[in-house]
Design a protein around this ligand. Structure first.
Ligand code: AHG
Ligand code: MN
Ligand code: MN
Ligand code: MN
Length: 330
């Protein structure tokens, strides 16, 4: 009998209410997956008039999946508050108590530009401990401003040819595939590890002219191939859905970069720290890889803002360490 997500959560979650919250997120992602699969038939394609806090035009599915997660996860008894790419402010659910509980952050729909073109997209989530409050009070923004290192769980679901969950509770990485016939999540990977070495990178090279010299130099030497200083021929992939690009790296290695560029404030990049970079960095570190922001490990980055953006370089450990040396020597 294959292991189900439920069995795995029962064995690994530090308390049943954390297992319940994760099961709720994953259950909702199966419902999002069903909508994604209907595509144009489900009338979920296209954009809305609204913009999110990042100044991005919201796609219908960004908002639908956000609302589905809000609605269902709110019922999880230990969930105190939520935050998302698609909401300016936090969404308190119930008062903090002396017993503590959890805060949930998500990118409800990652890879929005791929929704309407039938390319893999996904959902990313991060769970932080809620502060304990002797006198019950609603969660506030400051409660969320914790370093990625504080996460108690992180995961993503890819809506691709298969619907796959990749999850960590801080004790290695497990993978599960949704059985479309029964609706069960069956374990299809345990102790997932990212190969240490790689010859594959993922970057949106149209931004080359804006990159820092260390990143530009890195890609230029990769392009020189086996006769260059790296001594090997590199391959390149860019799906433009972080979930799908990171999933490929989880399965076969590689390095993913969305680095700082000259149009951004210092240390910032396009991607969001709290609901993209932190959960992916926890998964990557738990799989033996590394995640670097140009200064240090992403999981140790200072957090000042819920919607903070950050430079991201993550994946195969030896390749990220090479990038760290290039930045140190720059
Ligand atoms: P989102 O759809 O949640 O806003 O995230 C999109 C992100 C990420 O998934 C991807 O790696 C990156 O944007 C792609 O950016 P480019 O279009 O600049 O390549
Ligand atoms: Mn977006
Ligand atoms: Mn995203
Ligand atoms: Mn998104």
């Amino acid at each position: 009998m294959p292991t189900t997500l439920r069995d795995c959560l029962a064995a690994k979650a530090r308390d049943p209410s954390l297992a319940d919250l994760i099961a709720m997120v994953v259950h909702t992602s199966a419902e999002i997956s069903a909508l994604v699969r209907r595509g144009a038939l489900g009338e979920v394609f296209g954009a809305l008039e609204s913009q999110n806090v990042q100044g991005e035009v919201q796609k219908k599915l960004d908002v639908i999946s956000n609302d589905m997660l809000l609605e269902s996860c709110g019922a999880s008894p230990a969930l105190m508050a939520m935050a998302s790419e698609e909401m300016d402010d936090i969404h308190p659910v119930r008062d903090l108590t002396p017993e503590g509980g959890y805060l949930l952050l998500f990118d409800p729909l990652d890879g929005s530009s791929n929704i309407d073109v039938n390319v893999s997209i996904g959902t990313i989530f991060s769970i932080l401990p809620a502060p304990r409050a002797d006198t019950p009070r609603p969660a506030v923004l400051a409660d969320f401003l914790q370093k990625g290192r504080a996460q108690v769980a992180a995961g993503y679901v890819v809506y691709g040819p298969q619907t796959t969950l990749v999850l960590t509770l801080g004790d290695g990485v497990d993978a599960f595939t949704l059985d479309p016939e029964t609706g069960d999540w069956l374990q299809t990977g345990s102790g997932v590890t990212i190969p240490v070495e790689t010859k594959e990178y993922a970057i949106n090279a149209s931004n080359l002219r804006h990159w820092a010299p260390a990143v530009r130099g890195y890609i230029e030497t990769c392009l020189e191939g086996e006769t260059g200083p790296r001594g090997k021929n590199f391959n390149m992939r860019w799906i433009a859905s972080m979930v799908a690009d990171v999933h490929r790296i989880m399965m076969r290695g590689g390095v993913f970069l969305y680095p700082w560029d000259a149009r951004e404030p210092d240390r910032a990049g396009k991607l969001r720290l709290m609901y993209e970079a932190n959960p992916m960095s926890m998964l990557v570190e738990q799989a033996g890889g590394a995640a670097f922001d140009g200064h240090g490990p992403i999981l140790d980055a200072e957090v000042n803002d819920l919607h903070q953006r950050i430079s991201v370089m993550l994946g195969s450990r030896a390749e990220v360490e090479h990038l760290e040396r290039l930045h140190r020597d720059a």
